[in-house]
Design a protein around this ligand. Sequence first.
Ligand code: FA5
Length: 347
Amino acid sequence: MSDLPLTQRLDALVASAADLVAGTGDLDALHALDVELTGRRSLLVEAKRELGSLEEDDRRAAGQAINEARQRVEDLIAARRSELAAQQRQARIEAERLDLTEREPARTGRLHLVTQARDHLEDVFVGMGFTVAEGPEVETDFYNFEALNLPPSHPARGMWDTFYVDVGDPGTVLLRTHTSPVQIRVMEATEPPICSIMPGRVYRRDTADATHTPVFHQIEGLVVDEGISFADLAGTLDAFTRAYFGRQVRSRLRPSYFPFTEPSAEYDISCVFCGGVGCRSCGGTGWLELGGCGMVHPNVFAAVGYDPERWTGFAFGFGIDRMTAQRHGVDDLRDLFTNDIRFLEQF
Ligand code: FA5
């Protein structure tokens, strides 16, 4: 090849460089080829060494031809370099791509356990003829306490450690401590007969432990009509217990005190873990406490303008979170809200 004229040798060199460059598969191979084609030991550099033996005019033309050939080779290499870099970038993006549609069905989202429980409770009560009502979480002192027969400075207000909101006169606006204020709102808005449940979130300044959280959920029930008796309350709660927990679970009422009901009772169910024999979960008693209930106090009827001589009724309020925990064998309420996906996806 070295016997051929310089321009022909340079053309052949550029043509073979084009094939070699096109054949490189990655940037490392291209770098090695770059050194071979344009480096100190390359044919292009060797050709320059021949220039010394040429006449001045020929030398200028040959030098120019060598420079042009080098430029063409360098252009080929630069074009291939950007092609390979783009290919490499694309490959990395493909490798790192997260296709969310490829996730297994078992990992799709679901309703939180407490929401599932609330929906289920609503279904059971609606099946028993109740309607569903809701009220605000930020309440006034009137609805949360006063209209419920808890006038200011009533000692029983201490039963509910309250979060007050810095709005209006001090102590007048608060985060509701129970769902009972919704009873008042429902009675203000409707004439008897009433047969409603009122689920929702409530707030108390309670320190979190295995059975308490500062934010939790209750479901309130209210039935008002002529001639409603304590036997109706007991029968309704018994029917609910069997529908929600199963036929093997029994319920009982124990005397208690709430300012807005008279008489008042605590509602217990036979322990779902030991069947009533006594175990660690029920403290050896065989019973689990779910909430309070009683006959609506005449002062509450008076606060909403109902005639206490004509109307009677019962009310109840259960803790949904504790009920859920008991139903599913969760022994620490805090597990429901720390949002550890490994815990939540079991339900
Ligand atoms: C009340 O809140 C009454 N309003 C219930 C009521 C309604 C009585 C209508 C009579 C008529 P109590 O403070 O006991 O009552 O709360 C009811 C239930 O809420 C408790 O039995 C418990 O299940 C749940 N509860 C109370 N505090 C917490 C808490 N910090 N964390 C989780 N659940 C709680």
